[in-house]
Design a protein around this ligand. Sequence first.
Ligand SMILES: [Zn+2]
Length: 211
Amino acid sequence: MCNILQVRWTISPQTAPRPWIACSTCGCLKPFRSSGKVRLNANGRRLDAWLIYKCVDCDKTWNRTLFERRNLRELAPATLEALQHSDPSWVRAQEFDLDGLKRKAKRIEEPPDAVVAKETVREAVDWAKLEIEIAAKLSANLRLDRLLASELAISRSRLQALHDRGNLNVHPDRSDVLRHRARDGMRIVLDLSDAVDRQAIGHAAIHSEGH
Ligand SMILES: [Zn+2]
């Protein structure tokens, strides 16, 4: 019996993470934004690469090391091409490399301005369960309960109650999963067979607000 409405939400963060760096002009720690530009320095067969960031207040630059003294032969031709042209999608992947950024900065600001695109994977007429699959190629600063509350238009306390009763399950699970960020590949299954507003929740799961 097919009683599951399946949807996919694709999360696209808009503003890249901003590391807080000591700005010598401002004289204190400031968030730095990516300029989107890569700087290269070749020394014989060795290559250095940096991603250029700028202080949000004074435009002072900070060069984030991507790699140093890399032998040209170790670089895939596609990577070299992307570096030479500051390829936007390649640069974007670096900008959202939180682990790499955490090695350079203690504090990283992640503007919570992600866009959520919704699509129906499998329709069902008399559905009782709603299954949401999360697609997030870039890490977005979005707590799972906040995401579900805003996109399904139901309260976080109700989500917590559903979770406590076993009517909201997350795969893969972890402790306090609702308070952690929504991750790529996550599946959320809500059993709404007892919910009188099931149709409204299903509508919200499929349609973006204002569309
Ligand atoms: Zn500054």
